[in-house]
Design a protein around this ligand. Structure first.
Ligand code: COA
Length: 152
């Protein structure tokens, strides 16, 4: 899985990515996320996720604290879901965080988003007990040895 900047060459395709209809309440549109990134630049960074040559997903990262990489948005296109790409995307984000010397990933999710919760839990995220804007906060401590389990 490769994470690439959103540029004038791929931003239309990123906007065209979509989740299943019943998942629309779980993540903002990529159009909205690109707007958020513009407003909060350079702390927020929008990234396109590629599997080989195929654009399969999108994430919006936020660097607000030195030790933390916050995942603001994370989605895999509905046509590409269920193939392990979500897990690979998280591994790629963890690699970025480690390469910057960060020690944790954080995110929040809508209660009831069972697939995302299962994915994050299996990856090593744990609930912190906090609720942020009605969303459940999860955190993943990055041990250096996690790299061995990362995968591409
Ligand atoms: C959450 C999301 C990114 C997962 O992407 P994905 O590529 O389908 O995930 P994976 O294929 O890596 O699967 C991850 C796990 O979820 C499970 N899973 C995937 N789709 C599932 C489904 N429809 N129902 C039940 N389980 C499912 C897989 O079995 C896998 O578990 P396993 O490793 O124990 O087998 C994707 O469903 C998505 O974009 N959802 C909408 C947006 C969203 O909710 N984003 C998160 C906001 S916090």
């Amino acid at each position: 899985m490769r994470l690439e900047p959103v540029t004038e060459d791929n931003y239309r395709a990123v906007i065209d990515l979509e989740v299943h209809e019943e998942q629309r309440g779980f993540v903002a549109s990529n159009l909205r996320s690109i707007a958020d990134a513009w407003i909060h630049r350079p702390k927020m960074q929008p990234l396109a996720m590629y599997s080989g040559d195929d654009l399969v997903g999108f994430t919006l990262l936020h660097r607000d604290e030195p030790h933390d990489l916050h995942i603001v948005r994370f989605m895999i296109d509905r046509r590409a879901q269920g193939r392990g790409l979500g897990r690979k995307g998280l591994a790629a984000i963890a690699d970025i965080a480690r390469s910057e010397g960060r020690t944790q990933l954080s995110l929040s999710l809508v209660p009831g988003n069972a697939v995302a919760h299962g994915l994050y839990g299996a990856f090593g995220f744990v609930e912190t007990g906090e609720v942020d804007g009605g969303e459940v906060v999860m955190r993943h401590d990055l041990a250096p040895t996690d790299h061995l389990a990362g995968g591409q």
